[in-house]
Design a protein around this ligand. Structure first.
Ligand code: C2E
Ligand code: MG
Ligand code: MG
Length: 328
């Protein structure tokens, strides 16, 4: 992934210095146009350089001062009950403002900071879950944490996970590590061995963004995976895309055949909810139910234990009513 769309950054040369209609040649740039080109280049490079430089700076400072986690609830679409939370990292940059993970995770990986960043995320998410377990004893929450490829293939990753679980009094089954399909195809031997050790700890494993990567069914079968998380690109337009409905059907069917749980990401419309319930996918995350939120806001939701849903489901799930629902 690149931080910036290079095509958008590249100035149109004809806009800066139009060709002569007679000769077709482009005149040398007048000084003010050279300045214009330079500022476009600087504008494009500055954020990348700033991120890279600042990440370098992160090595020497306390990550607590710069990083924060937001949490997005995973809910049961039939009841609104909060089943778990996904920890999503944000970086409060003093100059660039709050950066989203896709703007810095890749740079972190290329500067070997992914290990430290990943350890901070795991530690912070597990501390938080330990706290919420004490505060909301009646809830049965699972914390999902995204794991980078670098972490997964690092030696002793399972030892670190075990230590964190023990430190915060968590059961392995209360932690779900999310890996992407492409990790699975990267170093299959090492991945299989690490996942097997995590499985012995009782930790759950989910394949994130399922449907967009390259893992083969053979790999899937050979790995101790518990859950498929359907990528949001297939869910966001479910109410109007026949193609996406076919893909959802296939993934839900695949999950059922392998005995895996399935979670839909990116639920943004009641039409999508309606279709997911029809095919038996009851677990989901999405802006329709809740965007990722900071700890304090999440606590207010945990006090209730369920989200107020913008649709009604009766007890036997036979008569769902969706305000403004599209025809199913
Ligand atoms: P992901 O793990 O698939 O997380 C879901 C992303 O989808 C989040 O974006 C979330 O805000 C967004 N999302 C959730 N529901 C909806 C929806 O209804 N509509 C739309 N349009 N988006 C929705 P976010 O927080 O920007 O994270 C992006 C990705 O960055 C994550 O995708 C994950 O791959 C990565 N990431 C986030 N936190 C971490 C981390 O701590 N470690 C690592 N290695 N990667 C992380
Ligand atoms: Mg995820
Ligand atoms: Mg995802």
């Amino acid at each position: 992934m690149s931080l910036i769309d290079a095509d958008k950054c590249r100035p149109d040369p004809d806009e800066i210095a139009p060709r002569s209609p007679q000769t077709g040649a482009r005149p040398s740039l007048p000084p003010h146009n050279r300045r214009q080109r330079l500022s476009v280049v600087i504008l494009c490079i500055a954020p990348i350089a700033a991120v890279a430089l600042y990440l370098g700076g992160l090595r020497s400072v306390d990550l607590d001062d710069h990083l924060m986690l937001e949490y997005q609830p995973e809910v049961d679409l039939r009841t609104g009950r909060i089943l778990g939370l996904e920890a999503l990292v944000r970086w409060n940059h003093p100059v660039l403002g709050q950066l989203q993970p896709l703007e810095f995770i890749e740079v972190a990986e290329s500067t070997n900071l992914a290990g430290e960043l990943g350890a901070w995320v795991l530690d912070t998410a597990c501390t938080q879950l330990g706290q919420w377990k004490r505060d909301f004893r009646e809830l049965d929450l699972v914390m999902s944490v995204n794991v980078s490829p670098v972490q997964l293939v690092s030696l002793d990753f399972d030892v670190y996970v075990k230590q964190v679980l023990e430190q915060y009094g968590l059961l392995g089954s209360e932690l779900c590590l999310e890996i992407t399909e492409n990790v699975v195809v990267g170093d299959l031997q090492r991945t299989r061995s690490t996942l097997a050790k995590l499985e012995r700890l009782g930790v759950r494993i989910a394949i994130d963004d399922f449907g967009t990567g390259y893992s083969s069914l053979g790999h899937l079968k050979s790995l101790p995976v518990d859950t498929l998380k359907i990528d949001k690109v297939f869910v966001q337009n479910l109410d109007r895309s026949e193609g996406d409905r076919v893909i959802i059907d296939s993934i839900v069917g695949l999950a059922a055949s392998f005995g895996l749980d399935v979670v839909a990401e990116g639920v943004e419309s009641v039409g999508a909810v309606s279709y997911l319930l029809d095919v038996g996918c009851v677990r989901a995350q999405g802006f329709l139910m809740s965007k990722p939120k900071g700890s304090e806001e999440i606590e207010r939701l945990l006090e209730v234990g369920a989200l107020a849903l913008p649709w009604n489901v009766d007890s036997n799930d036979a008569r769902r009513t969706f305000p403004g629902d599209v025809a199913r």
